[in-house]
Design a protein around this ligand. Structure first.
Ligand SMILES: CC(C)(COP(=O)(O)OP(=O)(O)OC[C@H]1O[C@@H](n2cnc3c(N)ncnc32)[C@H](O)[C@@H]1OP(=O)(O)O)[C@@H](O)C(=O)NCCC(=O)NCCS
Length: 179
C-alpha cells in the first residue's frame, strides 16, 4: 500500500459468505482447519503451524471466510504493484464440511470483485497443484483459465517438488454465480 491509499476493507460481503480480516483470535480455529487432512494435503505440507504463521506474515492480506458467523476457512491475496506487471494472486481453503457447496466460488467472486473494481486490477492469478482437481474445477467455474504447468513448483510433505497449474482471470471474465 502506498501513501494516501485506502486500507483493505474490514469485511467484504458475498452471497453466502462474509470475508472478514483475519485476527489473532482466529488462530486456534484456523489451525484446526489446517490440520484437517483434506486441507493439510494442499495447504500445510510442513504442518499447521508453519502454514498458520504464513497467514500472519506481512506479505498477504488475509480474510477469514465466515458462514453464519462461523469461521469456515480463509482467503488471501497478494498484489504485484510494479506498474508494467500489475496483478494480484489469490489463494483459499475451506474446512472439509464446507467444501463442495460452492462456497469457495462465492468467496473468490467477492474478493475478485473487490480486486477488480476497487483495487483496479485487470488480472488475477491462482496456482493450484496440478493434482488438485477439485480446486481447478472450482476456479474454472468462477472463470479462471488454465495458462500452463509450472514444473516442480511447490514442495510437498515428503520434501519432493510437484507441478503447479498457473491459472488466470481477466477483468470481465468473472462468471455469474449459478448456485
Ligand atoms: C478448493 C476449494 C476452495 C474449492 O471450493 P469449493 O467450495 O469446495 O468448490 P465447489 O463447491 O465449487 O466445487 C468445485 C467443483 O469440484 C467438484 N469436486 C468436488 N470434489 C471433487 C474431487 N474430489 N475431484 C474433482 N472435482 C471435485 C465439485 O463437484 C464442483 O464441480 P462442478 O463445478 O462441476 O459442480 C475447497 O474445496 C477447498 O478449500 N479445498 C481444500 C483446500 C484446497 O485445496 N485449497 C486450494 C489450494 S489451491
Amino acid at each position: 500500500m502506498t501513501a494516501g491509499e485506502q486500507p483493505p476493507p474490514g469485511s467484504i460481503v458475498g452471497k453466502r459468505v462474509v470475508l472478514r480480516r483475519l485476527e489473532a483470535e482466529d488462530r486456534p480455529r484456523v489451525r484446526a482447519i489446517l490440520e484437517e487432512p483434506e486441507v493439510a494435503r494442499w495447504w500445510a505440507p510442513r504442518g499447521p503451524d508453519v502454514a498458520l504463521d504464513g497467514l500472519f506474515d506481512a506479505e498477504e492480506i488475509v480474510y477469514a471466510i465466515e458462514v453464519d458467523g462461523r469461521v469456515v476457512g480463509a482467503i488471501e491475496y497478494a498484489e504485484e504493484n510494479e506498474p508494467d506487471f500489475r496483478h494480484a494472486g489469490i489463494d483459499i481453503f475451506l474446512d472439509s464440511t464446507h467444501q463442495g457447496q460452492g462456497l469457495g466460488g462465492d468467496a473468490i467472486r467477492a474478493l475478485a470483485r473487490y480486486l477488480f473494481n476497487t483495487r483496479g486490477h485487470h488480472r488475477l492469478t491462482i496456482d493450484p497443484a496440478v493434482a488438485n482437481e477439485r480446486a481447478i474445477r472450482a476456479y474454472e467455474r468462477v472463470g479462471f483459465r488454465r495458462v500452463g504447468i509450472m514444473r516442480g513448483y511447490e514442495r510437498d510433505a515428503n520434501g519432493g517438488w510437484h507441478d503447479g497449474l498457473l491459472m488466470d482471470l481477466l477483468k470481465g471474465e468473472l462468471t455469474a454465480a449459478t448456485e
